[in-house]
Design a protein around this ligand. Structure first.
Ligand SMILES: [Zn+2]
Length: 253
């Protein structure tokens, strides 16, 4: 995995301003794995994709994460401070280079179900059908590859089994792709209310990139105005040296 340069990250941010979060995720991964075909990255399971995004976030901004949550009972604002390691499922941090995903099999009653895990292409397709009433069923119909049942033969009959064994398939998918569901147990210090919040690494990482890009472009503006340097030269500058010049401008004013 490669750490993107400041110039690359600014370019990804600019490109991603008008894109859907799923496309942003894939663009970020292409900077981290420039040798890996986009199609392979798009077919990573959501858990694998998010593990890579967590690792990339650690490379770009470090291991500490700070987020905010509001108590749904009394509205108290909580600050959540944690490390990437706290939410990374064991072993996911050491994932090898991305490769095409595998298929799985689970026995449910009389049926044997073969399935693959939902990936970014499935989510993108789900988003493009914005009036889907049952998103879980939509994903299952894409991800269940075959249902084997000794008593039934036709494809339609086999497909008709999916709703009755749906919970078992979803449960098994979660077991083999645990990184796809990052949840925190929270307790409100004011009213003791307990609840769970979902941590969305893509949303979190993109908000950080957005704030960082605005800050770095303001710095470019300040330095370019003072010294007449080109944007590419300022972005390519060592961050310590850039801060040094910014401090000189501030102290002069
Ligand atoms: Zn509360």
């Amino acid at each position: 995995m490669q750490t993107p340069s400041i110039c690359e990250l600014v370019s990804v941010w600019e490109w991603g301003l008008t894109k859907h979060p799923v496309q942003r995720a894939l663009k970020l991964l292409t900077t981290a794995f420039p040798q890996t075909p986009l199609d392979t990255l798009a077919q990573l399971s959501i858990g694998q994709r998010d593990a890579y995004l967590l690792t990339l976030r650690e490379l770009v901004f470090g291991p500490k994460l700070v987020s905010l949550a509001s108590c749904p009972h009394c509205g108290e604002r909580l600050e959540l401070a944690f490390d990437v390691a706290d939410i990374m499922v064991e072993g996911m941090h050491l994932l090898p280079e991305p490769k095409l995903q595998e298929t799985f099999s689970v026995d449910v009653g009389d049926c044997q179900v073969q399935f693959r895990l939902p990936n970014s292409l499935d989510i993108a397709d789900l988003v493009s059908h914005n009036n889907i009433a049952d998103s879980e069923q939509f994903l299952l119909e894409r991800c269940v590859l075959a249902v084997h049942n000794h008593c039934k033969q036709t494809t339609d009959e086999l497909r008709a089994d999916i709703p009755s064994i749906r919970d078992a398939i979803v449960r098994h998918m979660a077991e083999v792709d645990p990184q796809a569901d990052m949840q925190f147990n929270l307790v409100c210090p004011s009213c003791n209310h307990q609840w769970q919040v979902l941590f969305d690494i893509l949303l979190f990482f993109w908000q950080e990139i957005d704030a960082w890009a605005y800050r770095i472009l303001r710095e470019v503006h300040t330095l370019a105005s003072a010294y007449g340097w080109h944007e590419a030269d300022i972005l390519g500058m060592n961050p310590h040296r850039r801060q040094f010049y910014l401090q000189l401008i501030t102290s002069k004013n």
